[in-house]
Design a protein around this ligand. Structure first.
Ligand SMILES: Nc1nc2c(ncn2[C@@H]2O[C@H](COP(=O)(O)OP(=O)(O)O)[C@@H](O)[C@H]2O)c(=O)[nH]1
Ligand SMILES: [Mg+2]
Length: 209
């Protein structure tokens, strides 16, 4: 089970990205989507089934009410902006800081420019978004929850990247007892041993499986 959190300004389409991915649904009225804490969806990769548990702020971002519990245990994240709203893009830096403050450094983060169906009203330059993503070591994609462009791809890419990083570390080489302590990391004997961030992911994967 991979816990993935979605953050970003209100109105950028977070809840609709979640409902599009997990239910193939889109809601014109955003209020209809508020209230869901998380939804799960399975993807097939490399002959295995990966279950993504995707968390939505459920409107809490309006009140700066997102708590540490929201982020806890997440190994992937989407930072969403609206391509027609420059401020929502500028605020991604703050969302990234918030994410970094509450999550493990090894978390796989993707910057998502949503509402790509509104290309004629685009305010955020794709090159600026790519630069921001590159500078901060994030993946980047533009999506549309409305017409479904790239939505599955965004979530699947995150899951596959998490899997790929973790897959370097077979469970058998990780000490599970005690879980989630430094002991597990030290006992990890695979090639990722030299990379602290990757090791942390290995630990998390081991603990979540
Ligand atoms: N045109 C367009 N509208 C969208 C898209 N995604 C969400 N919306 C609309 O934007 C508004 C906010 O969406 P919502 O998912 O509630 O945003 P949240 O506040 O980030 O959860 C709603 O009116 C949605 O119908 C999209 O990809 N394209
Ligand atoms: Mg919402």
């Amino acid at each position: 089970m991979f816990k993935i959190v979605i953050v970003g300004d209100t109105g950028t389409g977070k809840s609709n990205l979640l409902s599009r991915f997990t239910k193939k649904e889109f809601h014109k009225d955003s209020k209809a989507t508020i209230g869901v804490d998380f939804a799960t969806h399975q993807i097939e990769h490399d002959g295995k089934t990966i279950e993504a548990q995707v968390w939505d702020t459920a409107g809490a971002e309006r009140y700066k009410a997102i708590t540490a519990a929201y982020y806890r245990g997440s190994i992937g994240a989407l930072i969403v902006y609206d391509i027609t709203n420059q401020l929502s893009f500028q605020n991604c830096a703050a969302w990234l800081r918030e994410l970094r403050a509450h999550t493990d450094p090894s978390i796989v983060v993707m910057l998502v420019g949503n509402k790509s169906d509104l290309r004629h009203r685009q305010k955020v330059d794709v090159e600026d978004a790519k630069d921001f993503a590159e500078d901060n070591n994030l993946a980047f994609i533009e999506t549309s929850a409305l017409d479904a462009t790239n939505v599955d791809l965004a979530f699947e890419t995150i899951c596959i990247e998490i899997y790929r990083i973790g897959a370097c570390c077979p469970l058998s080489t990780v000490a599970l007892d005690p879980p989630s302590t430094g002991a597990a990391a030290r006992a990890c004997t695979c090639a990722c041993n030299s990379h602290a961030a990757l090791m942390a992911t290995c630990m998390q994967l081991a603990c979540n499986l």
